[in-house]
Design a protein around this ligand. Sequence first.
Ligand code: SF4
Ligand code: SF4
Length: 330
Amino acid sequence: MSSKAIAREKIPDAVSLLKAKYRVIAPVPKGKTFVFKKIGNPQEVVLDYNTTILPLKKFFLPPDEVIVKYNLKKREYQEPEIESEPTVFFGIHNYELQGILRLDYAFGTGVKDATYLKKRENNIFIGVTYTPDDYHFAESVGIPTDLKEGFDIFLTKYNGHYRVEALTDKGKNIVSQWSEFLEDCSYDGDPVVHFKNKLKQSVAGIREIFHGAYNHPVWKETSKKCYSCGTCNLVCPTCYCFDVSDEVVLGTDQGARSRRWDSCQILGFTEVAGGEAFREKRYDRVRHRMSRKFAYIMDDRDRPFCVGCGRCIRQCTADISITDVMNALL
Ligand code: SF4
Ligand code: SF4
């Protein structure tokens, strides 16, 4: 069967057709950067982008969300109704979807997080190839640019066109509706892509090295520069820690419990009653973050909890690079 392609100028038409049936989330420009947002005008969608400020996790684990409402007097509680509106995530890089697959593991293993999992229903992912910039290092963590795991459709860019591969039944259904925009594809293969940013060693050996690195000087060296601002956690597609707080409306019996993104780099993260903090030293917190990415969860899952998106490097207040820190160990 010959493969199909879509010309770049036909992309808004393809998005328009999707919008008739689905909520469409895609990358759009914001100043000199890009963000994922719900698409109003299909002309806004960009497929040539390096990365977005925040990852897709904001749609599944919002920065601030009510998880239960209650009435103290009646001793009743109510969980909010979660919408699982059919949604197409369009123009997604593969490291981004790998981040979601890791959140699926975190929220779907052991005690399942119904609030998160409900939002994961009715999702369709349409991926697109990207050109790594100075920050991406996904290949070093086992995510080469041609990895298509989890996608329903994958678009490979070539000569002003995108090859269209339908990878699931849901994907085939959409592609069949796009037929008027498609043409025969002359491009066979995957583009050769070079990452400038790399880990010195492939991911397979990292875990062993990590377990012997508890007292490595790189933790203290890095912590001298770190401001403990927490930006690296907030922009990370695989960081999912949250804080929980209760707010009771003054003069009433009504209250709500919310969760908000939290950061293991902030001193208060481990603070408990009485003022004790378990990771009081900044270098402890730096080491903890790296260990979460490359050791602790990897022991269980056999995949690093870093997808090499490079956001924490790009947006670090102190210009700390996770690849530099890791390469000091390798
Ligand atoms: S973003 Fe940079 S400065 Fe801020 S906590 Fe993370 S490593 Fe430290
Ligand atoms: S640790 Fe940094 S590079 Fe790795 S997934 Fe998180 S933000 Fe991306």
